[in-house]
Ligand binder design. Structure first.
Ligand SMILES: Cc1cc2nc3c(=O)[nH]c(=O)nc-3n(C[C@H](O)[C@H](O)[C@H](O)COP(=O)(O)OP(=O)(O)OC[C@H]3O[C@@H](n4cnc5c(N)ncnc54)[C@H](O)[C@@H]3O)c2cc1C
Length: 387
């Protein structure tokens, strides 16, 4: 094709913004839309391990990510009383990259949006797709504002509840609840922790992740069925009580739990997964990131996999003359890799929840002491495989 590819990215989240830069850097003309009025996100922080770090390096964002992030070599596992069970490494410092960088979600999004603008992408917020008409080699998109434009590719990076997935791939791929929830909140880093701490409780865990010397975030994950509606004014109190139940009143994280009680902006996220089987495209419409493959956060890799998607698609579009060839080669590379990470993320979660009774809790503690470092090393190697 002699003219630049015209690509619409639907969704200015972690994956969409990264894909926009990846595609603009191979010469595509990229428009990004999002139905929110401005870049924003639920949840405080997230981590990028080697898979995500390699991918942000590929789009020229690594240096800035290292500037806004906090580097952590591994994770310390504790029991509910605060006894250290094991320390898990995030892996060897492959290719000069740190094992894991944790950072503020909004800081990453702002960085990635600025980077996409610098790479020549255009943005329209408060905008979604009203209709897509597919022709032989283009897709005509009508926007929610009523205007329309032609694209060579439309990429649905619109997350767990993807409208593009629903409209073009069908209701049968709707999110499936997996029986766990996350309570998330930003807190002061009073203990000056330098790497994440996991406290295994009865039926779930509390994870503290440093963002800097002064700030950290807490993620509490616990088995919880259904989708209860909580009173928004009581979220901090409920999160505190959940945490106290998990630790059975232990003093170990009592200071952090006390901070939770007074915290604002507690985010509550029931875990659901999505797996759309081959292919993630219908003509010129594709889905990527969480829209195609939402996993649980147990390998800390949903965002990384979304970023990898955009990088791999850009590589394949640069290598192939025909869009269809690029789509097929993209699928060939992405399906086995994403499936393996997706499945392992679910297995890890189920292993953790099976710890409610005294007996299963003791078995879980034993596992964390002896077997989890090996399971973690498997995850390291999985994530380190080339994408
Ligand atoms: C508790 C928790 C912890 C996690 N921790 C990590 C971690 O440490 N590391 C990691 O790699 N991953 C982590 N993840 C997973 C990660 O957050 C997701 O995989 C990642 O955000 C997916 O990126 P995305 O761009 O595909 O989707 P999203 O980030 O969900 O972005 C979707 C975007 O699309 C927009 N949108 C939605 N609908 C429309 C529409 N109809 N029209 C236009 N725009 C629309 C939204 O406004 C949003 O901006 C975690 C997830 C959870 C729940």
């Amino acid at each position: 094709m002699t003219r630049p590819l015209r690509i619409l990215v639907v969704g200015a989240g972690i994956g969409g913004l990264s894909a926009a830069s990846a595609l603009a850097r191979i010469g595509a003309r990229v428009d990004v839309i999002d139905d929110k009025p401005e870049i924003s996100v639920a949840g405080v922080g997230f981590g990028l391990r080697i898979n995500g770090l390699r991918a942000v390096r590929e789009i020229g964002l690594l240096e800035k990510v290292l500037q806004i992030g906090h580097t952590a070599p591994g994770i310390d596992n504790y029991d509910a009383e605060g006894n250290l069970l094991s320390t898990m490494s995030y892996g060897t410092q492959d290719e000069g990259l740190p094992g894991c960088v944790t950072m503020s979600r909004i800081a990453f999004l702002e960085l990635a949006a600025r980077h996409a603008l610098d790479n020549g992408c255009t943005f329209r917020m408060s905008t979604t797709v009203a209709d897509i008409q597919q022709h032989d080699d283009t897709a005509t998109v009508t926007f929610s504002g009523g205007d329309s434009a032609d694209y060579d590719l439309v990429l649905g990076f619109d997350g767990l509840h993807s409208q593009i997935r629903r409209d073009y791939f069908g209701e049968k791929h709707a999110p499936r609840p997996v029986g766990g929830v996350a309570w998330r909140v930003g807190l002061p880093n009073r203990r000056r922790i330098m790497q994440p701490i996991i406290c295994q409780g009865y039926g779930g865990k509390i994870m503290l992740t440093p963002l800097s010397e002064d700030t950290m975030y807490m993620v509490l994950t616990v088995a919880e069925e259904g989708r209860p509606r909580y009173d928004a004014s009581r979220m901090a109190e409920i999160m505190h009580d959940r945490a106290a139940t998990l630790t059975r009143g232990s003093e170990f994280l009592a200071d952090a739990l006390d901070d939770v009680r007074h915290a604002e902006n507690v985010a509550y996220t029931p875990y659901s997964t999505v797996w759309v089987p081959y292919p993630w495209f219908r003509g010129r419409v594709m889905i990527m990131g969480d829209a195609a493959h939402t996993m649980t956060p147990y390998l800390g890799s949903g965002a990384a996999m979304s970023i990898e998607d955009g990088v791999v698609l850009a590589q394949e579009l640069a290598r192939n003359d025909a869009v269809l060839d690029a789509q097929l080669d993209f699928m060939k590379r992405r399906l086995p890799r994403v499936r393996a990470v997706h499945d392992r993320s679910i297995e890890s979660m189920l292993e953790e929840f099976d710890s409610v009774t005294d007996e299963t809790y003791r078995a879980r503690i034993d596992h964390l002491r002896h077997d989890e470092p090996i399971a973690n090393e498997y995850a390291n190697r999985l994530l380190r495989m080339p994408y």
